[in-house]
Ligand binder design. Structure first.
Ligand SMILES: [Zn+2]
Length: 327
């Protein structure tokens, strides 16, 4: 009823712009050094802290943007059964799913896209940790199988950026079944003679570490990424020993031979492009190795072991030659 609230205030708000027009979160706090970073500097630096070099967690779409050349395309993910167990804890699983979908704008915890990396064709799948902790559901399994099929179809390498808490427990055993399924998907790519590269981002844990994420032809990680199966506290309580400094961090795993490289985000795209070239491109004419120069191939029975032969398993279970160990 009063003219100030009815007329003057809206007028002033339209003149100067209402409070809501001011973008929020202009400044971000680095979770590592706790310094403030201006949002433009953060975007320019690919979400790496300019003060301490900490790699902040990023969503799947941003990851694809940083990795693929402009013009990449998302593929539609195959439909998977929603809430197969009709699971409910404090809340219904379907409600949690809907909330995650609204929060991230994604259908599932993984996004699959195809495009080029510095001109070289690639299929890239990226996990989004904001979607129910990047957990692996039947839908995620379907998406990764679709990504592998697409890679084979397009004769392109498959690159997976993982960031996951592991299997999605609301789907019980069905989520655990995605472990062998994603392994089969990675085998499809390998059997087609295509490179399969995994990039382990912070954090990669549980069933994702225990399946496809550790099977890359080349295993890359981002600096300081947490990579492990069980949590450090659980391990410490089980083995009753103090764990070493930097345990389950990318640099520690690199030192102990689990990873091939730790690559900074700013160098990731160029590194992936170089790897694809090394693994795929033929040498220019003149540099090709003559067939006669190649070493003699091993006898055919060793060169092509039959699948049921399982040479590794036989070697492991073979009785020890030392009779002292016989009992
Ligand atoms: Zn920092």
């Amino acid at each position: 009823m009063n003219w100030i609230s009815d007329w003057a205030l809206p007028k002033i708000q339209t003149l100067f712009g209402s409070k809501r027009d001011v973008p929020e979160n202009l400044w971000h706090k680095c979770p590592s050094c706790e310094q403030m970073i201006f949002h433009r500097d953060l975007e320019r630096g690919l979400h790496v802290c300019p003060h301490c070099g900490h790699h902040l967690r990023i969503g799947a779409l941003r990851r694809l943007d940083y990795t693929l050349d402009a013009g990449w395309q998302r593929i539609e993910l195959p439909k998977a059964p929603l809430d197969p167990l009709r699971f409910r804890d404090q809340r219904r699983y379907v409600d949690r799913l809907k909330e995650a979908q609204a929060k991230t704008g994604l259908d599932e915890a993984v996004v699959v896209a195809h495009g080029t990396i510095e001109g070289k064709g690639a299929v890239v799948a990226a996990f989004d940790f904001n979607f129910l902790a990047g957990s692996m559901s039947a839908g995620v399994g379907e998406a990764l199988v679709a990504a592998a099929r697409l890679a084979v179809l397009q004769d392109a390498p498959l690159i997976i950026f993982s960031a996951s808490g592991g299997a999605r427990m609301q789907e019980g055993a069905i989520s655990l079944m995605q472990m062998p399924r994603t392994i089969i998907a990675s085998r499809m790519v390998k059997e087609a003679g295509l490179p399969f590269i995994t990039v382990l981002c912070d954090p990669t844990t549980g069933g994702v570490t225990a399946s496809f994420a550790m099977l890359g032809d080349v295993q890359i990680a981002e600096p300081k990424a947490l990579i492990g199966f069980a949590g450090a506290r659980v391990i410490e309580q089980t083995v009753r020993e103090k764990l070493p400094e930097g345990f389950q961090r990318a640099e520690y795993l690199l030192e102990h031979g689990i990873l091939d490289m730790v690559v900074r985000r700013g160098e990731m795209k160029a590194t992936l492009a170089r790897l694809i070239s090394l693994l795929r491109e033929r040498l220019p004419p003149g540099l090709e190795v003559e067939e006669a120069d190649l070493p003699m191939p091993p006898p055919p029975d060793i060169a092509a072991p039959k699948p049921q032969a399982r040479p590794v398993a036989v070697a492991r279970t073979a009785p020890a030659e030392n009779p002292a160990n016989g009992d």
